[in-house]
Design a protein around this ligand. Structure first.
Ligand SMILES: Nc1nc2c(ncn2[C@@H]2O[C@H](COP(=O)(O)OP(=O)(O)OP(=O)(O)O)[C@@H](O)[C@H]2O)c(=O)[nH]1
Ligand SMILES: [Mg+2]
Length: 462
């Protein structure tokens, strides 16, 4: 059985393509404030695990509905033949420029698509929409009306009264802000309208809900693995035999910063892919807070724990706040004296301006010494990482595929993001963070616990 298909139709510039983008989770659908953006019908499948759950056909807006209706009425042969008359209209006019848009939008309906008729409920209702609705009624296909809200006006009640004359189901559906649950509700409502699709659409809704949970766990896994990677990351540089070189330490720290930054970036990309927002980086400016340098003071104050919460969590007690410098010398004391002094002095500006990471000089198995920077020991660092990752994940998960502008977040929402995490979860995570720092890894069961804890925050405001 082929997948249910919906044709999204209506007046030009009412958000038809926006609804297609949202329901198909496809940000390649062309959307613009110019009327007449969509010039031909195009079908977008909603796939899950390679299976097409349903398809959405984006269409151009009605241009000459009144003339079409006049033609249909003039050729009327009674209610039983009306679909056939619409088909004749399309066959006879498909090569005419004048009716290009009407033929494009009617063809998929005649081919078996259900109708989603889109109007803008922020603008007043007017009689010019009646011929459009009448033409759609002539097709005899199951149809639902969606009241989209593009501007700030509220004419929903008058629209609802008019639409219910032509459509048995009328729903307010905000193309830009409709969240996941609204989409699922719409699918089920359409299933109720057309019994041939009811089972398929209910199954699709259930499959999407299950997939949503899976996405949450996959996202939490990405975030947990990011934390594991960055809390154990180290960089080392072989030291020259003729003594320590302070510039080497700075270069090694810079490398660690880059490694951690690249790992964070990779996790963001992976999360965006999970929510079908792969293209986001390419065409959007991301939220200013998320662009903030990871190691900046601002990043720490926006995303990390406040100092009072750090103390409450006990996070600060296990590590020496402000950074740790361990100088371990394997056997000989090549760098004693001037060597150690220089290294410790330089440690004042560990990663960036903060004292964040451990620095060691290690004896090499084959002789000589290496400078090792990392892991990053600042107790707030994992909370900063986590706060950034959760905010990013939430914005991506909530984000509608009709939205084309960058992320927008208000400052209040970001202040000490990690403070709102509940105390017992915070203690659990802090224990794991500590173990990662000290042992360089955690057990598989501990990783699972980390994923479980994090997954309860993905897609839910903290
Ligand atoms: N604020 C807001 N703007 C919307 C909403 N839906 C659509 N828009 C905007 O309205 C304009 C038209 O949206 P489209 O989805 O391209 O409309 P369309 O009906 O496909 O237009 P044509 O293809 O030209 O007929 C775009 O600038 C959208 O960003 C909405 O729910 N809220
Ligand atoms: Mg369009």
């Amino acid at each position: 059985m082929s997948a249910p298909r919906f044709a999204i139709v209506g007046h030009p510039n009412k958000g038809k393509s926006s609804i297609v983008a949202t329901l198909a989770e496809d940000d390649s659908v062309a959307i613009s404030s110019e009327p007449g953006t969509t010039r031909s019908a195009r079908t977008y499948p909603m796939r899950l695990d390679g299976v097409v759950l349903y398809e959405l056909t984006d269409t151009p807006g009605f241009q000459r509905a009144r003339e079409v209706l006049a033609w249909l009425v003039a050729h009327d042969r009674g209610a039983g033949a009306r679909t056939a008359v619409v088909r004749e209209f399309v066959e006879q006019h498909s090569r005419e420029d004048r009716f290009h848009d009407e033929c494009e939008l009617l063809r998929p309906i005649l081919d078996g698509a259900g109708i989603l008729y889109v109007v803008d409920g922020s603008r007043p209702y007017g009689g010019e929409y009646e011929p459009e609705m009448e033409v759609l009624r002539w097709t005899g296909r199951p149809r639902m009306a969606l009241i989209n809200l593009i501007g700030s006006g509220d004419h929903v009640d008058e629209w609802r009264a008019a639409l219910s004359q032509y459509f048995s189901i009328v729903r307010v559906f905000d193309a830009m802000r409709a969240d996941f649950s609204r989409r699922i509700e719409l699918l089920r409502a359409f299933g109720a309208l057309d019994e041939t699709w009811a089972a398929q659409l209910n199954d699709a809704a259930t499959a999407l809900e299950r997939d949503r949970d899976r996405r949450r766990v996959r996202t939490a896994t990405e975030i947990a693995d990011l934390l594991i990677a960055v809390l154990t990351a180290t960089e080392s540089t072989k030291l020259p035999d003729d003594g320590p070189d302070p510039t080497l330490e700075e270069a090694t720290r810079a490398r660690l910063r880059r490694t951690v930054g690249a790992r964070e970036h990779a996790a963001r990309r992976a999360v965006q892919e999970i929510y079908h927002h792969d293209g986001l980086d390419a065409n959007e400016a991301t939220a200013a807070f998320l662009d903030e340098d990871l190691f900046s003071e601002r990043s720490f104050s926006v995303f990390g724990l406040s100092s009072s919460q750090l103390a409450l969590t006990g996070a600060a007690s296990g590590a020496v706040a402000g950074g740790v410098v361990d100088a371990l010398f394997g056997g000989t004391s090549l760098f004693l004296g001037a060597g150690i002094g220089a290294l410790i002095g330089a440690a004042g500006t560990l990663l960036g301006s903060d004292r964040l990471a451990k620095v060691e000089v290690l004896g090499q198995p084959l002789g000589g010494f290496a400078l090792e920077v990392g892991p990053i020991t600042d107790p707030n660092f994992p909370w900063v990482m986590l706060g950034r990752a959760l905010l990013h994940a939430r914005l991506v998960a909530e984000r509608n595929h009709a939205r084309r502008e960058g992320f927008v977040i208000d400052a209040g929402r970001g202040e000490h993001f990690a403070d709102s995490i509940d105390a017992s979860a915070r203690r659990t995570l802090d224990g794991l963070f500590r173990k990662l720092r000290s042992d360089g890894g955690i057990e598989a069961t501990e990783r699972t616990r980390m994923i479980d804890t994090i997954s309860s925050w993905v897609e839910r405001p903290t």
